[in-house]
Design a protein around this ligand. Structure first.
Ligand code: SF4
Length: 326
């Protein structure tokens, strides 16, 4: 059985963008891939400037939100990256075989560093830590969105280089496991849905709060009047229907839209029903975890213990192959 690893930045409580883009798939995969490893990558979150109190709150919010969204500690290990020191240890070993030029060429490094006066070395090493995150568990599959496939390339390259240098087929080359849901645009029509842009819906929002955000959300810009036929394929609301509504409802929506059979408000009310159905249990679980924070701490402690056991075994073998065992 393939082992999967996936990490998520501690950006606080989940919103529908990262839920549909990643976490809903994590929840599905924990049933088909027992022993999945899910990690809140807090070491990745400190490569830029940050506020410690905000980071602390966001780590907690993300862990709680993942559990509320359905990550089940009896099926998958959920933990904080910084609770498993082997991530940074393996990362150091990998830096010794990663060409500097490969890191300097990474698009993300070029983008971020171009806006900085003083560039932290950690920003450059970010992809090496990412490779270590995955290879530490010898994961062969990584659930990712299409836009992240290139980030896996360095991990695959690192596995190849290490295996060749130490003449051991030890690390699998991790393959992307593409997340089925398409990227959802922001409610304001911007290409990206993100909390900092204020164009998303948090998983724990009430029905009224969700409606207050969907009601003014951008639809097909060419559908100005109710009598204008719409184009569901270009409308973000239809993308949300694809995520939250049944197949039957999606067919009905597409038909009503393209024939001007209803207005966008009618369409959004139907979307709200689907969202409420899926998000209400998540909001309830989130409230329960707020009332019993020990359940979050226990899940993280158990997940970290599982991760440390696997990571410890990998490090023992890796040190041996690298001549670091006497
Ligand atoms: Fe979008 Fe629905 Fe309006 Fe069509 S009817 S443009 S799918 S919101």
């Amino acid at each position: 059985m393939a082992r999967i690893f996936s990490g998520i930045q501690p950006s606080g409580e989940l919103h529908i963008g990262n839920y549909l883009g990643a976490v809903k798939n994590w929840v599905r995969l924990q049933d088909t891939h027992p022993g999945a490893i899910y990690c809140v990558v807090d070491y990745h979150a400190i490569t830029g400037t940050y506020d410690t109190a905000v980071l602390r709150a966001r780590r907690w919010g993300m862990a709680k939100s993942l559990l509320a969204a359905g990550v089940d500690p009896s099926k998958a290990a959920l933990f904080m990256q910084s609770d498993v020191p082997a991530h940074t240890e393996l990362s150091w070993l990998f830096t010794t075989l990663t060409p500097l030029g490969d890191l300097e060429r990474q698009t993300q490094f070029k983008d971020k560093s171009s806006k900085m006066e003083s560039i932290p070395a950690g920003l450059l090493m970010y992809p090496v830590l990412q490779a270590a995150d995955i290879l530490l568990y010898r994961a062969d599959s990584v659930p990712v969105g299409e836009d992240q496939v290139q980030h896996l390339e360095l991990a695959r390259d690192t596995a190849r280089k290490w295996n060749a240098k130490f003449d051991q087929p030890y690390f699998p080359e991790p393959k992307p496991l593409l997340t089925p849901t398409r990227r959802i645009m922001g409610l304001d029509g911007q290409a990206k849905m993100s909390k900092s842009l204020g164009n998303t819906i948090a998983l724990h929002e009430t029905d009224e709060e969700i409606w207050a955000k969907i009601r003014p959300a951008v639809t097909d810009p060419q559908r100005v009047r109710k009598s204008d036929p719409g184009r569901p394929e270009v409308c973000n609301i239809f993308q949300l229907h694809k995520a939250f509504s049944s197949d039957e409802t999606q067919t009905h929506v597409a038909q009503q839209c393209s024939t001007a059979g209803w207005g966008c408000m009618d369409c959004k009310k139907v979307l709200l029903e689907g969202m409420v159905l899926e998000l209400t249990p998540i909001r309830r679980r989130s409230e329960e975890l707020d009332a019993e924070p020990a359940r979050v701490l226990d899940a993280l402690a158990d997940g970290a213990a599982t991760a440390r056991a696997i990571a410890g075994e990998t490090m023992r073998e890796v040190r041996g192959y690298m001549g670091l065992d006497v």
